[in-house]
Design a protein around this ligand. Structure first.
Ligand code: NAI
Length: 353
């Protein structure tokens, strides 16, 4: 199969799309730099099993574009980029692979700064750091911001309260029924916030190891992964991979709010209209899940500061509220309002090089 780049359906004027291969370690990776108007492209690296190179390319193109929108919407001085590493088949030396990846990041000279995404651990980040300084989300060192997931979860939790305020007239989540798809780093931390304020949780994950803990510690009800999107709840929080909202899942959704951490929740853009037509309030993913990159941006700026991160999370709530209010008053989808606001913010060119 010959893959196209410039005519690829997910190509969106990306500034650069890099492909890296290191036969010794088995590294095969794409780094996509979508837009650097606001600063160096920043976004996580995903380590995942892809059915084909084409699937990995589509993922990196979509994810990097979303990072530009996310970073602009959160008014951060960074641009949008993302990387995916195709998980090798069979045995491999993880440290050698991530070291080779670190060298790849180094070759593109600071136009891309990486952090964690799905499948990448703080230990992997430390290995990448041995090869390049263009890395953030570290656990140790000056300005280290650590795992971004708890901050992402806090931002999503705050955003769910904003959505509840608009949908039900109160941000109070006590007794609200919430379904969480994916109890990973973000999903579990989100579940803890929600349980703490008395929400009634239903949870699903393909990896069963965290389910029992959620049941025991948070009183969550375990739901089959095939049923979580159609659970009888008030709020649906997709916190696994992208594409949860699609033409198959949409008709069965019973929640009146969709608000979660996963990137690219809408499999196709028309899902925004379809959600609105069904009276479901959608919190645009890249607005509500910006907490992690806010945390990373503090490290990139060389001044990690908890108070600054909290101020940016306050701003995230305000921005999300503005998206909801404008969508309601202009009779448009929340996604189209968010896209318009992000594009305006992305058009501002900073002289950072
Ligand atoms: P993770 O890898 O720790 O957790 C993902 C979880 O989803 C895993 O437990 C996995 O088993 C589960 N899962 C996968 N497919 C599933 C399915 N079909 N049904 C149910 N569960 C399924 O990843 P993490 O870091 O928690 O991220 C979750 C989502 O949030 C991803 O889409 C990620 O891109 C996004 N995100 C994460 C941020 C972060 O700070 N970690 C920041 C912004 C977005």
């Amino acid at each position: 199969m010959i893959m196209s780049i410039f005519s690829h359906p997910d190509f969106d004027g990306h500034e650069a799309v890099h492909a890296f291969c290191d036969t010794e370690s088995g590294l095969r990776a794409f780094i996509a730099v979508h837009n650097t108007n606001r600063g160096p492209a920043s976004g996580g690296t995903r380590f995942w099993t892809y059915a084909s190179d084409g699937d990995a390319l589509a993922d990196v193109l979509r994810l990097s574009r979303a990072m530009s929108y996310k970073n602009a919407m959160a008014q951060l001085d960074i641009g949008g980029g993302k990387a995916v590493i195709l998980r090798p088949e069979g045995a491999f030396d993880r440290n050698a692979l991530f070291a080779a990846y670190g060298r790849s990041v180094e070759t593109i000279g600071g136009t891309y700064i990486t952090a964690e995404d799905v499948g990448v651990s703080p230990a992997d980040m430390a290995v990448i750091k041995t090869q390049t300084d263009n890395v953030a989300g570290l656990s140790e060192g000056d300005n280290a911001s650590g795992d971004p997931s708890p901050v992402t979860a806090e931002g999503v939790f705050r955003g769910i309260r904003v959505a509840a305020e608009r949908a039900y007239g109160s941000p109070d989540l006590n007794g609200r029924r919430v379904a969480i798809q994916g109890l990973g780093s973000v999903g579990y931390a989100l579940a803890e916030h929600l349980a703490h304020v008395g929400a009634d949780l239903q949870v699903a994950d393909i990896d069963t190891s965290r389910l029992a803990r959620a049941e025991k510690e948070l009183g969550a009800t375990i739901v089959d992964t095939n049923d979580i999107l159609s659970a009888d709840v008030d709020i649906l929080a997709p916190c696994a991979l992208g594409g949860a909202i699609n033409s198959d899942s949409l008709p069965a959704i019973r929640a009146s709010i969709v608000a979660g951490a996963a990137n690219n929740q809408l499999r196709t853009p028309d899902m925004a209209e379809a959600l609105t037509a069904r009276g479901i309030l959608y919190a645009p993913d890249y607005v509500i899940n910006a907490g992690g990159i806010i945390n990373v941006a503090a490290e990139v700026a060389g001044r990690y500061d908890v108070a600054w991160v909290q101020t940016k999370l306050d701003q995230l709530e305000e921005t999300l509220g503005e998206v909801f209010d404008r969508a309601a008053s202009e009779g448009r989808t929340t996604a189209s309002i968010a896209n318009e606001m992000a594009q305006e913010r992305m058009a501002v060119i900073r002289d950072w090089r």
